[in-house]
Design a protein around this ligand. Sequence first.
Ligand code: HEC
Length: 727
Amino acid sequence: MKPLHLAALAAVSVFAISACSGDQDAQTPETETAAAVFADVTDERLDNAEATPQEWLGYGFDREETRHSPLIGITAENVADLGVAWTYDLATNRGVESTPIVVDGTMYVTSAWSIVYALDAKTGEELWVYDPDVDRAVGVNACCDVVNRGVAVYDGKLYLGVIDGRVEALDAKTGELVWSTITVDQSKPYTITGAPRVVDGKVLIGNGGAELGVRGYLNALDADTGDLIWRFYTVPNADKQPDGAASDGAFEQVGNVTWGDTGAWKTDGGGGTVWDSIIYDDVNDTVIFGVGNGSPWNQRLRDPSGLDNLFLSSIVAVDADSGEYKWHFQTTPGDNWDYTATQTLIIATLPLGADGADRRVVMQAPKNGFFYVLDAATGEFIQGNNYVPTNWATGLSDEGRPIEVPEARYADIPYLQTPGPLGGHNWHPMAYNPDVGLAYIPAQEIPQAYGTDPRFQDESSKWNTGADFAAGVPQLIPSEDNKFLRTSFKGRLNACDPVANEARWTVEHEGPWNGGVLSTAGGVIFQGKLNGEFVAYDAGTGERLWAQDVKSGAASGPGTFEIDGEQYVTITTGWGSAYLLSAGGVAAPQPVQPTVGKVVTFKLGATGTIPDVDVQLVETTPKADEFGTEAQLANGLVQYARNCTVCHGPFAVSSGVLPDLRWSAYTSSADAWKGVVVDGNLQSIGMVSFADVLSEDDVESIRAYVVQQAHNTDGIDDAIASEGGTP
Ligand code: HEC
């Protein structure tokens, strides 16, 4: 076994956190006719969203994507009276990440497999459902489950990004398809999970797939026809030649010189997918978007030159009409760790100009653990600080460049690093409350060892990062005396003051992967949690004011709206993303909370209930008998970590989204196991064949290892309970 820089993780604590079919069980169904107007949304309405807080018009509420609603019906004093107004069953146990749009009395919400639901926002009554009928085999391209974060509304239509790369316009009244455009090369592993944004007749949408080898870009499509208006690539093509795209000038000016002439980027596309945050700065008529990680992750393999590799892990600003480059800020030069800068972008006006004058800024807390405040007009770095412990960089230079620790540029010797590839903050939306001047970051600590993958090949690997997921795994094996997992995986809600450049308060959660944040002028903020609680906190102090068990993990961004003078708060439940740990990362035989896709909507004084979960969550198959030599078990551990972890969970502990293999009936039969893993018998539901990467012995070794993990749970839960921990 190669040495691992465990000491580096111990050093983490040195860095203090210094910075920053509706269930109408509640009400008698309404008999009034639903709204006569559907998605009558103009640019003017979008530009002035804060003037109509009874609606939730865009993914992040307003153009600035603050997720701060001016509604004041719900306050710290009365929030305890919140109750369930209605729930709607999204009929899925796959990930749900959608923020509902509410406009003209109708709610539009998406679910797994890019299915759209239109509901009466007051009652939850279903108006229509649109299913884009995605071929289930494309699920294998989705790094983080077949999720969707929501639609955009504009001029009577809805705009939807479909997981297979289509972008579609629907009639907001009927759900009928108006146009459908394929925006990716569908022979490559592109996916779309993000919400489109619409600006001046253009639908803005990127895509994902940088774990599997693609080249990222942002598209602007004609909102009426779906035709491409402009495209901005985020990395050069293999020959560094013009594409005939809006980004050509940017590569000529600043991009091409940051790439070497060799490396896997030339065949893998380089990465840089624009999979989440896109905002419109109406003052500067600029589209600002976040760019993802390199492909493959490992820079030594991607581009041995070690140059910065623009625009990976960058925030990029372009002209809204032409898509032409305006400025960029790179959060992680020469990305090596999956440190995307796709996380929530928020625009605010803060007293950060000369002598405390107002300055329009952009804020982001990307995966790399640092919180940035930039000038919105120029991209100039104003200030920044770490919002979680970071052991890969000791701080930021005056220009905002991370000061790296040399070991973090791992090679043969793995480096145990925090944040890991899941980031100090992932897609879970951040919010900003201008009344109290705080940005709320759903933050987390999920360390991971990175090492160069000795069997990296450009083509044949399914999950092609060049970083070895088996590196350092033995140190992470859950056992009675290994408290590493139980003490290192954390989640918290950080309230950062972007002017003082420091944390004001922090709420500690039971584990990582908690939900997005909603801020309200009533002085209350809301967040869903991994453990199934939906919680209200005091916006200024973080004091816990109220909580409701929503009977499923709740990871998405909550929203709020008002109808007939009553304020509603709403959240979609379902974890979102297959790859995550049970709280504490322990080998509990079932997830902390099941993932059950629902819309749950609250208002003051309501008394509804949330239906009990009646799905069979964990197969109660008896454990198969243990088998396998020591060598097989050791090989199984490594092969599992490399090939199966990303979907079925570390150590065969599933998050609950995909089957927990420890309890799978397939474990008891070598033939049945081979049928799935080698012959691809479950291909149609997204479990592809691994025949091209695993030998027969590898496949059997993985089975032996998985069965061993099932037996490993004996006694562990008791051990945790006796420590007073939460499994
Ligand atoms: C890209 C994601 C992905 C990866 C990687 C992956 N699987 Fe799967 N697996 C799935 C999906 C999706 C299903 C079917 C889920 C369902 O039942 O709806 C599945 C189902 C299975 C099942 C059937 C479980 C049951 O009881 O129904 C087995 C066995 C399995 N996978 C083994 C493996 C092994 C072994 C590996 C690693 C060699 C692996 N999988 C890697 C996505 C993945």
